[in-house]
Write a protein that binds this ligand. Structure first.
Ligand code: PBG
Length: 328
């Protein structure tokens, strides 16, 4: 094989040719749009650390969800902010909590839009940790009991998919068992299975006020230097009853997505996190990168690495750019 029999440029010679041989393409069907909700009425507060994102009260969330659905995006991922924090994060499973109320409003207004809920305690605890503290450490099993309560309350409110992001051991088992016991046989679990202790969550923690008040999350989230352990985490979560597994963050962890793809058959989600999103936005604002092109390239690469689902704050923009009108 050599030159001139082979000229790689032949298949790059026109737009149609490039389209014909393209291996991965981002689709609106792959996208999940995160939404933030807080108690109150008529609230739509811009999140300063995250361009284009808002904290919405449940009464305004249905309209936002309807817009997301009209763009063809199949799912939203809900995050909640409590009115009051306490040691165990009890507002997380309050029947009238912002998330629970928002789920009901969305399901009422746009029943076909899938509602995924983030299940974690970090925004709800006074410590800002993802669980309850015992002897200076997050108590794993006690936290799993509480996470199951949160998951059940979301499911009772109508959530389609439960997404635990806490990184406790065994939490998928606890949640799955609790859902089965309560007759919720069809609720899917999307596990944040390989979630790394990443520096790229900064803008998000500002958004939901979930920065740990002491220490950090390295005692439960994964060390970014590890890859084999991600495979173990994923295998355990599938065994415990997860339907979809997630790798998070996405951009620095494309190798993990790809390894997971070759090894596991279940759908794989990748979370393009706040810091990744804002890193590109900041570079665009500084005039260093071309708006839209950089974001679409990054998202396409996350798809190419092997993810079926991409959770991104750029979902609405991407959906518009992918629409037939934008490409005619
Ligand atoms: C809650 C949670 C976090 C994110 C999603 N769920 C923050 C964290 O673990 O500190 C990060 C999302 C983002 O940065 O976009 N545990």
């Amino acid at each position: 094989m050599g030159f001139p029999e082979h000229r790689m440029r032949r298949l790059r010679s026109s737009g149609a040719m490039r389209r014909l041989v393209r291996q991965s393409s981002l689709s609106v069907d792959d996208l999940v749009y995160p939404l933030f909700t807080c108690r109150g009425e008529g609230l739509k507060e811009p999140i300063e650390s995250m361009d284009g994102c808002f904290r919405l009260s449940p009464d305004l969330i249905a309209a936002e969800a309807a817009e997301v659905a009209s763009l063809g995006i199949p799912a939203v991922l809900l995050f909640g902010l409590p009115e009051n924090k306490d040691e165990s994060g009890s507002e997380a499973w309050a029947e009238d909590g912002a998330v629970q109320e928002s789920i009901r409003r969305i399901k009422d207004a746009v029943p076909d839009l899938l509602v995924i809920t983030d299940v974690c305690l970090c925004a709800y605890t006074t410590t800002g940790h993802c669980g309850v503290i015992k002897d200076g450490r997050v108590d794993n099993d006690a936290t799993c009991e509480l996470l199951a309560k949160v998951a059940l309350s979301h499911t009772q409110a109508g959530a389609d998919i439960i997404a635990p992001s806490d990184m406790m051991d065994g939490r998928i088992h606890y949640i799955r068992q609790c859902l089965e016991e309560n007759g919720f046989y069809d609720t899917a679990i999307m596990s944040y299975a390989a979630k790394y202790a990443s520096a790229f969550y900064g803008p998000f923690r500002d958004a939901i006020d979930s920065t740990p008040q002491f220490g950090d999350r390295r005692g439960y989230q994964m060390d970014p230097a590890n890859s084999d352990q991600a495979m173990q985490e994923i295998a355990l979560d599938i065994e415990e009853g997860a339907d979809i597994i997630m790798v998070k963050p996405a951009l620095c962890f494309l190798d993990i997505i790809q390894r997971a793809r070759t090894r596991f058959d279940c759908p794989i989600a990748a979370y393009f996190v706040s810091g990744e999103y804002m890193m590109i936005n900041a570079a665009v604002k500084a005039g260093l990168l071309e708006e839209d092109a950089a974001m679409m390239e990054a998202l396409t690469c996350v798809k190419r690495a092997g993810s079926d689902i991409i959770i991104t704050y750029a979902a609405k923009t991407a959906a518009r750019l992918l629409s037939p009108e934008a490409n005619s």
